[in-house]
Write a new protein. Structure first.
Length: 318
């Protein structure tokens, strides 16, 4: 069969500290990329200078797009994928490091599994130069099992975009990416409806934790507590956004999905966020009743963060 054309799309914004290491790790892959697309979201540092210099070493197709106005991470990735011409598109953040066989291993999946529309791998986390947990360990999930359960996608995002390779045809079919979703969450939650999702347990990249991550992960217990408390004043906004997110998803999927059980679960998820959206300090008794009902019916566990989310909602009432 005709070989797949491989595109790598990189979204950047003021990434001068890390971009050279990323670019170098992509250039020395055992299976070379056929195309590299860089979409820069208005960098004011030396990011672009370094990118142009590194791309001089690349013999394949290449394009650097400079946004005149900032798009944000989701729309920036949408634009980058749209400009790619490969059959398989690898997504990359600006601050990671790819292991040299990443493209080779991931591409082979698409040859073996013709129905695969999304493949993703594990990643090794580094913080301040020190090796930490893997991404799967930090998220406390078993991705191989999670992808078998459609409803788990309604609970949380667990497939970071930087670990993804997707069929471009599939990615284009679910555009435009809604502003209520992060690009990787939107790609992942719809992939299960269009084809197979395949997980590679092996770590194929290094994910760097630092203070400048656009969308990071909390590693230490202290960081998790800080994030937990920091979000308390914004819970009303979070609930509203989650409701709108799943309402949009339902409208997008309802005529594309034949799985009635999954659609019923999605509708239940929407009702959960609708009821939590009415939690208020002004209506303490009614709010506590709502929280209790959602807890005893298992909805906090099914669609949110379980006991942790329930306790946070109780705290917000007082």
């Amino acid at each position: 069969m005709k070989p797949y054309k491989i595109s790598v799309v990189i979204c950047t914004y003021n990434g001068e500290k890390y971009i050279e290491e990323l670019m170098q790790s992509i250039l020395i892959q055992s299976r070379k990329a056929d195309e590299i697309i860089v979409c820069d979201d208005g960098s004011t540092d030396s990011t672009l200078v370094k990118i142009y210099k590194m791309l001089d070493e690349f013999d394949g197709d290449k394009k650097v797009i400079c946004n005149e106005q900032r798009l944000g991470v989701t729309k920036n990735f949408e634009k980058a994928i749209t400009n790619a011409t490969g059959d398989i598109v690898f997504l990359s953040d600006q601050d990671d490091i790819w292991f040299e066989n990443k493209i080779e291993v991931m591409t082979e999946i698409f040859y073996k599994r013709k129905e695969c529309v999304l493949a993703f791998s594990n990643g090794q986390i580094y913080e301040n130069g020190f090796k930490r947990k893997t991404i799967a360990d930090l998220l406390n999930v078993n991705p191989a099992e999670c992808i078998k359960n459609k409803s788990f996608f309604l609970k949380r995002a667990f497939i970071p975009g930087t670990t993804m390779a997707v069929k471009r045809e599939y990615a284009i079919s679910i555009m435009p990416f809604p502003k209520t979703w992060i690009h990787d969450g939107w790609i992942a939650i719809n992939a299960q409806l269009y084809g197979d999702i395949v997980y590679v347990k092996k770590c194929l990249m290094a994910y760097r934790l630092h203070n400048e991550n656009t969308i990071g992960m909390n590693y230490s217990f202290g960081d998790k507590i800080k994030s937990y408390l920091k979000n308390l004043p914004y819970l009303e906004e979070v609930r509203h956004n989650m409701y709108n997110r799943y309402r949009y998803l339902y409208e997008f999927q309802k005529n594309r999905v034949s799985d009635d059980k999954y659609l019923c679960e999605l509708e239940e998820c929407i009702r959960f966020w609708s009821t939590t959206g009415r939690i208020s300090k002004k209506k303490k008794c009614k709010s506590l009743k709502t929280i209790f009902n959602n807890w005893i019916t298992g909805k906090y566990t099914k669609y949110y963060t379980g006991t942790r989310g329930m306790i946070r909602d109780i705290i917000s009432v007082f």
